[in-house]
Design a protein around this ligand. Structure first.
Ligand code: ZN
Length: 324
């Protein structure tokens, strides 16, 4: 694969308790003993040839974004034994906030679905790992949900779903990543009400801190996120905001590489992945949707979403590009 293939998302009040209530202070990652060599890490395997290990991040707004648009690389990164960290910026709550009509709140169903997607590649790693952990960790004073499963880590910030146009939902007081960045709302609060940000810089520093703590001490660091250039990627407001936030945080940290992914628009592009990656992506989206259906919600395992599965388009961000 060549690196530059760009040429080519009735509220119920049910607010169920979290499965865990512990808070752990976020501390430097201990590393996965005996991690497999980065021999098959998608495009990053090519770029990181010879490196003992890579830390690969996927910074997305919603719980199905990486599977749909970045799934080939994410699967390969995780299945090869690299440390893969998923950062979900919003609750993906679709305006339900902390409610929904299923057996659990909608955002929780989406989180559990995303976790189930992640289990598939992680199960490919031939290594013993500690039992999975689902807990709140303290990041710059805020208690953020963190899930660790085998060689993967997932953070769920649960900020309000901004809606495709970035206007947000009334149930979320019109809060969205875009409106917060532009100063149209003065605060943005997690839908579970656990924490809030009062300045965009605090949010940026939180992402930066997560990357700083979770990145490995050696090997390359890759940040995957959405393409924020609307000329290349006309998309959902939250997608664009994830790209902007991720790049600003990563640049301020330094020493990282960026892969910027096109998303909705790829449905109009030629199919460019093989049979096995397509099976991997379909499996992960299927796992997510099995969870959505089991908890009483609708499926996105339908033709419109399936059209994105055979496509994989991103570019490597130049080191001298201006900040978004
Ligand atoms: Zn999305």
């Amino acid at each position: 694969m060549t690196p530059c293939s760009i040429a080519g998302s009735g509220p119920l009040p049910a607010n169920r308790p979290e499965p865990c209530s512990q808070t752990t202070v976020l501390s430097s990652f201990q590393g996965f003993v005996g991690r497999a060599l980065a021999s098959a890490v998608g495009v990053f395997g090519i770029l990181a040839a010879g490196a003992a290990q890579s830390s690969v991040f996927y910074v997305v707004p919603h719980q199905d974004d990486w599977q749909l648009f970045m799934g080939q690389n994410a699967y390969d990164d995780a299945a090869a034994g690299n440390k893969v960290v998923f950062i979900y910026l919003t609750a993906g709550d679709a305006g339900f906030r902390a409610g929904g009509y299923g057996s659990i709140p909608y955002y929780r169903a989406r989180e559990e679905g995303a976790k189930d997607s992640t289990r598939l590649p992680a199960a490919m790693v031939q290594q013993q790992f500690p039992a999975e952990k689902w807990e709140r960790v303290l990041v710059l004073g805020r208690r953020i949900m963190r899930w660790e499963n085998r060689n993967t880590v997932s953070y769920f910030l649960r900020l309000p779903d901004g809606a495709p146009n970035g206007a947000g939902f009334e149930s979320n007081f019109g809060q969205s990543l875009e409106r917060f960045r532009l100063g149209f709302v003065s605060t943005i609060q997690s839908v579970d009400g656990v924490f809030q940000f009062r300045r965009y810089r605090e949010l940026q520093d939180t992402i930066k801190e997560i990357i700083r703590v979770e990145r490995g001490s050696q090997g390359e660091v890759w940040l995957n996120t959405h393409e924020y250039d609307t000329g290349l990627n006309p998309t959902h407001s939250d997608h664009r905001e994830a790209g902007i936030l991720c790049v600003r945080a990563g640049v301020s940290l330094g020493g990282v590489n960026f892969a910027l992914w096109q998303d909705y628009i790829t449905a109009e592009m030629p199919q460019n992945i093989g049979t096995r990656p397509l099976i991997h992506k379909a499996g992960m989206l299927g796992a997510l949707n099995a969870t959505l259906l089991r908890t009483g919600y609708w499926t996105t395992f339908e033709p419109g979403h399936q059209d994105w599965l055979p496509r994989n388009y991103f570019r490597i961000r130049g080191r001298n590009e201006l900040l978004p």
